[in-house]
Design a protein around this ligand. Structure first.
Ligand code: NAD
Length: 441
């Protein structure tokens, strides 16, 4: 059985990419991988029934080599420090790849939002932010929404921080806020929008399995939250047929395509997509194995793993969530000629528009939606092109070295996947910055 562990995942990805980076100074890898600062807090909250419950929260600043930390805050009952720490490293790579001036960070609170009232969630958020104190700040570490947090959570974070630091513009302390609080137009859909731009660019340039664009492509999406629902709508508008959708309670399927308006109304009322009329109910496992062209895991980590990778029928897997495909599964998909488009590229639209929000907040500006989306498109296309170029050049290099049979390094003999190519680009940028800054003092 494969060990589902995001720390191990990060290590395996890193090792594979390092094989293509050239020699680094001794100890350099340690510096690239060790989190800069970790904060763990336990704090009490008075619940609606007057009882007191202690919650555990984490914030990990992985790197500030490229600027202040940036990364989401998630609420989930089974969060661990190891998971948050690994996701913070992923953010460092993502920011370097998409080329925004931030380092990586991540945070969260162990709690089950479904069993908490809005009042309790507000108290948890306010107390967590006050416990973090100056570990977050507009120029130190800037949170954003993630699993089971949203613009309301970000509003409470801003308000709490602002009350703790009166008399200055604190809007850039957090992104993903409501528009009235200084949020950016386009931030709500940004992760899905960025995913669409990168997908269209990739299809246009590579045409995997003959796919030139999204027209009539059958798409299955796991997770119907902020990211998954935006992708469903945007991909459908671009011509795709959304045949399968799921959430934590299960999934639904329709061969002729799902009615997204009906899903939204149904989900709002019933808190799940399961049971919608004129759809077939399926399990989450069925959804992953649907006969479709494109599979989009947009929920939690490690959903496609050693035991189910062989059953995936899609021709293209788009990692819209963080770390949904394990390294072993990735190898299996590669051997079946299924292309996996990597998370650090495919969901980078969120952090990109978060960066735009931060710039607008610092300058007290509000850009138009057209301007935000144009800038987002530019960033996504640029990053996709760089990843494609690196992918093609690394594979050419392998073909050459395999032909000459000179290279003994086994890691270099395998075809290079897009994950490795993206990470080589990101790590190269980070190592250049570190060398240019120098190791203090
Ligand atoms: P969300 O809380 O809005 O939605 C998550 C969805 O996934 C919900 O529909 C939930 O029911 C579903 N889900 C949870 N467990 C599931 C399971 N085992 N199987 C099927 N569905 C399941 O979260 P989100 O903001 O949409 O984030 C989704 C993913 O995208 C996460 O991995 C997150 O880290 C990543 N991400 C989010 C953003 C962002 O801007 N929100 C940016 C980058 C990456």
């Amino acid at each position: 059985m494969e060990d589902f562990n995001t720390g191990k995942y990060i290590e395996q990805r890193l090792q594979r990419a390092m094989a293509f980076l050239g020699p680094l100074r001794p100890g350099f890898v340690d510096f690239l991988t060790s989190p800069k600062k970790s904060t763990i807090v336990n704090f009490p909250v008075q619940m609606d029934d007057q009882s007191v419950r202690v919650f555990r929260g984490f914030r990990v600043l992985h790197s500030h080599v490229n600027g202040p930390g940036k990364g989401g805050i998630r609420y989930s009952p089974d969060l661990t420090y190891a998971e948050i720490s690994a996701l913070a490293a992923l953010m460092t790579w993502k920011c370097a790849l998409i080329n925004v001036p931030f380092g990586g960070a991540k945070g969260g609170v162990c709690c089950d939002t479904k069993s908490l009232s809005e009042n309790e969630l507000r108290h948890i958020t306010r107390r967590f932010i006050s416990e973090l104190g100056d570990n977050i700040g507009p120029h130190t570490d800037i949170p954003a929404p993630d699993l089971y947090t949203n613009e309301h959570t970000m509003g409470w974070i801003y308000d709490t921080y602002d009350i703790m630091h009166p008399g200055r513009n604190n809007r850039p302390v957090v992104t993903g806020k409501a528009i009235d609080l200084g949020g950016s137009l386009g931030r709500h859909d940004a992760t899905g929008q960025g995913c669409l731009y990168a997908t269209l660019r990739f299809l246009e340039r590579i045409k995997p399995a003959g796919m030139k664009n999204l027209k009539n492509q059958r798409v299955a999406i796991q997770g119907y939250g902020n990211v998954g629902s935006a992708i469903a709508r945007l991909f459908q508008n671009a011509g795709a047929i959304i045949t399968g959708i799921s959430d934590s309670q299960g999934g639904i399927y329709s061969e002729k395509g799902l009615d997204l308006d009906a899903i939204n109304t149904y989900k709002q009322k019933n808190n799940t997509v399961v049971g919608l009329a004129e759809t077939m109910s399926i399990t989450n496992e069925d959804l992953l194995q649907l006969d479709c062209d494109i599979l989009v895991p947009a929920a939690t980590s490690h959903q496609i793993h050693h035991d189910n990778a062989d059953k995936i029928k899609a021709k293209l897997v788009i990692e819209a969530g963080n770390a949904p495909v394990t390294p072993e599964a990735n190898e299996i998909l590669l051997s079946k000629d299924i292309i996996v488009m990597p998370d650090i590229l495919m969901n980078a639209g969120g952090v990109t528009v978060s960066y735009f929000e931060w710039v607008q907040n610092n300058e007290n500006q509000q850009w138009s939606l057209a301007e935000v989306n144009q800038k987002l498109n530019d960033k996504m296309v640029q990053a996709t092109d760089i990843v494609i170029s690196k992918w093609l050049s690394l594979n050419e290099m392998i073909i050459e070295s395999n032909t000459k049979e000179q290279d003994e390094d086994k890691a270099k003999q395998l075809p290079v996947d897009l994950h490795t190519a993206a990470l080589v680009v990101a790590l190269h940028r980070l190592t250049v910055t570190i060398e240019e800054r120098g190791i203090w003092p």
